[in-house]
Ligand binder design. Structure first.
Ligand SMILES: [Zn+2]
Length: 329
């Protein structure tokens, strides 16, 4: 089966500033020999790297700044048969020195099918110390015709000496509006679902994929019901119900983010299921305070506080501040 790789900048959603910058570099030919692209997981680092690589490798850039899609290099890239684009990915959790040792001598030879050879290191922060040291010298002055692109979601875990040898580009999270458009146009979700998923996605395409799935929509409905049922929930039921619901979330970060989206929706009065009359102007402050509490809990979670306790605290705050302390009886 001939696989197909998409090399155009156009298919990459959002990131207009970065795309403009990279296209400009291609146009002027002032391209760095080492690039570091950072940004949270699932934001499109690899797609951007591939399009830029294709541009560097292309013999006849279209409009001076886009891979043409027609030359030998582009055609081979599209059918995933271009050996001048090299991917280095962690092997069993780390990028090992052996993965680089084999490659470095090869760099002295001309590329086979393209104008340049591009080496993309995925999860570059997972390089072992020896691998990083082996790469340092090459990164400083790669043999002509070679460009390195390092991808990382955590720049702070890279050796500063590696970072300082790269031109650094930071990808911003996608806005909810950008994600909503993707959900509508590419995923063809219905409007209400598209809006909800784009908010829950927390700025990433992976997040959008995740929340657009049936399972997660069911999870959201379950969570949403819990927030409504809290109103009349007796104490004996509260702890059990909360635990069962939390168990269905893969992570506390996902839960706290869902709570924040729910609060945002409440603040915008876009949610059904609660008595609309309950949310008065004076209660706006209550919602904002709750939002702050959740953000505080999120920060505390980084310091290994008890997860279940945090979830219960959030649940208690929601119940008592929205439905009143006497809602227990
Ligand atoms: Zn081309």
């Amino acid at each position: 089966m001939v696989r197909k790789m998409n090399i155009s900048f156009e298919h990459i959603p959002g990131q207009s500033k970065t795309k403009r910058l990279l296209k400009n570099l291609l146009k002027t030919g002032r391209t760095p020999h080492a690039l570091l692209i950072t940004g949270r997981p699932g934001i499109g680092k690899k797609d951007i790297a591939i399009s830029f690589a294709a541009g560097l490798m292309c013999f006849e850039l279209a409009k001076g700044s886009e891979p043409c899609g027609k030359c030998t290099s582009c055609k081979r890239l599209i059918s995933e048969k271009n050996t001048d684009l090299v991917f280095i990915v962690p092997d069993g959790g780390t990028i090992k020195i052996d993965q680089l040792r084999g490659l470095i001598p090869e760099l002295k030879f001309k590329p086979d099918f393209s104008k340049s050879r591009v080496i993309i290191l995925e999860d570059a922060e997972k390089m072992s110390e020896q691998a990083a040291n082996a790469l340092l010298k090459t990164l400083e002055e790669p043999p002509p015709g070679n460009v390195f692109i390092l991808l990382s979601s955590d720049k702070n875990r890279l050796l500063p000496t590696i970072v300082s040898r790269c031109c650094h580009i930071k990808l911003e999270p996608l806005t909810a509006k950008e994600l909503e458009n993707i959900a509508l146009e590419r995923k063809q979700l219905e409007a209400e679902k598209a809006r909800l998923c784009s908010m829950l996605a927390n700025g990433s395409l992976n997040g959008l994929d995740e929340w657009a799935g049936e399972e997660n929509i069911a999870l959201w409905n379950r969570f949403s019901n819990w927030t409504v049922e809290l109103k009349n929930m007796p104490m004996w039921k509260f702890f059990n119900d909360t635990k069962n619901m939390i168990d269905d979330f893969d992570s506390m970060a996902k839960f706290t983010y869902a709570v924040k989206v729910w609060l945002m929706l409440l603040i915008r009065k876009q949610i059904g299921g609660m008595d609309k009359g309950d949310i008065t102007e004076t209660e706006l402050n209550t919602l904002l305070n709750l939002f702050e509490c959740v953000e505080e809990s999120e920060q505390n979670l980084q310091f290994n506080v008890n997860k279940m306790l945090t979830a219960e605290e959030i649940g208690l705050s929601i119940k008592e501040s929205l439905y009143g302390k006497d809602s227990w009886s």
